[in-house]
Design a protein around this ligand. Structure first.
Ligand code: NDP
Length: 296
């Protein structure tokens, strides 16, 4: 059984930043990732608030992070972690065809988009959770965005440059973002904003989305509807460890330690106040530096 000092689970910005710091101090570790490096970044069209980097697409920023770690020869294992088990002072990481042993674990496992739950069988047939992946499929077509947070507003700006019209549907009378971003969205000619409005039903024709029915019973024609309504932490895997709150977020102290010895957590999967790239990076770095110090 291969043994490491540290295993990072998840290669979003939090995990990759921890990797940069660990590698530069010669800690023996690997990153396990079940999809592609970048995590949430891969769903963000344009990042406008990462200091020192002018407007950049999420995929380009993810690629920059990944290449930086690869230049340092960080070891990636592209597999899903099936479970984590305690083994004396160590942890066993169970993969489909392998078991790894590690002293420390850094959980950087992120979140997954929420769903309305009324999609029926229209997922991927006109209902989407990723503007960057699916937006280009709807060039010059009318689309809708549901949500009132940063993802919805930034997604609307991105889609307005591709689609003929974007109807932004927010269930409250206020957005959850700063005024400057709201003003930017309001100034876009092909964006219509519907406040205090909910989506009641998705109506299909020829097995794809055709219309959406609103809470005021109005029906609007759209080729795609993007549900950008928040996210849930990817912590199913950790249900056997007593480290989650009632919403599934990982609870950590101010050193990003969980209640389990030598299990740390960072990025969007932890309970915290600010879910930003800059905070995820800082948390990953801080955990790595503490592991490096404890190894001296
Ligand atoms: P948020 O949780 O911030 O917002 C979710 C939005 O969806 C709210 O307007 C909420 O309404 C609405 N909503 C939730 N459930 C429903 C529902 N069933 N029907 C209709 N509307 C619903 O999610 P985001 O994904 O926008 O952002 C998550 C975090 O990630 C934030 O902290 C954000 O700042 C961060 N982020 C950062 C980015 C960056 O750094 N560039 C980019 C994108 C996100 P209500 O207010 O009524 O609850």
């Amino acid at each position: 059984m291969k043994t490491y000092n540290t295993i990072i689970i998840g290669s979003g910005v939090a995990g990759m930043t921890a990797a940069l710091y660990l590698k530069r101090s010669n800690i023996d570790f690997c990153i396990i990732e079940k999809e592609a490096p970048g995590g949430e970044l891969l769903r963000i069209p344009i990042i406008k608030n990462y200091p020192g980097v002018r407007d950049i697409s999420g995929t380009d920023l993810a690629q920059n992070f990944y290449e930086q770690t690869k230049e340092l020869n960080v070891e990636y294992i592209f597999q899903e972690v099936l479970s984590i088990e305690k083994e004396n002072d160590m942890y066993k990481i169970i993969l489909a065809n392998n078991i790894l042993l590690t002293k420390n674990i850094i959980l950087a496992i992120g979140r997954t988009p929420n769903k309305l739950g009324i999609e029926k069988d229209l997922s991927g047939k006109g209902i989407s959770w990723c503007t960057i992946c699916d937006g280009p499929l709807y060039k010059n077509k009318p689309v809708a965005v549901i949500g009132g947070g940063r993802s919805a507003l930034e997604g609307t700006i991105y889609l307005s440059k591709i689609c003929s019209k974007v109807t932004l549907i927010c269930r409250k009378d206020t957005f959850r973002v700063e005024d400057k971003l709201v003003d930017e969205v309001k100034s876009i000619e092909n964006v219509e904003i519907l406040m205090n409005t909910e989506v009641k039903e998705f109506i299909s024709s020829d097995d794809k989305l055709d219309k959406i029915k609103l809470s005021n019973n109005e029906e609007i024609d759209v080729d795609c509807c993007f549900e950008l309504i928040g996210q849930i932490p990817n912590t199913e895997l950790l249900k056997n460890l007593d480290i989650l709150d009632d919403k599934g977020y990982i609870l950590v102290n101010n050193k990003y330690e969980t209640k389990e010895k030598n299990i740390f957590a960072c990025g969007d999967c932890i309970k915290k106040n600010l879910y930003q790239i800059v905070t995820a990076c800082s948390e990953g770095a801080e955990i790595a530096v503490n592991i490096i110090k404890s190894n001296k």
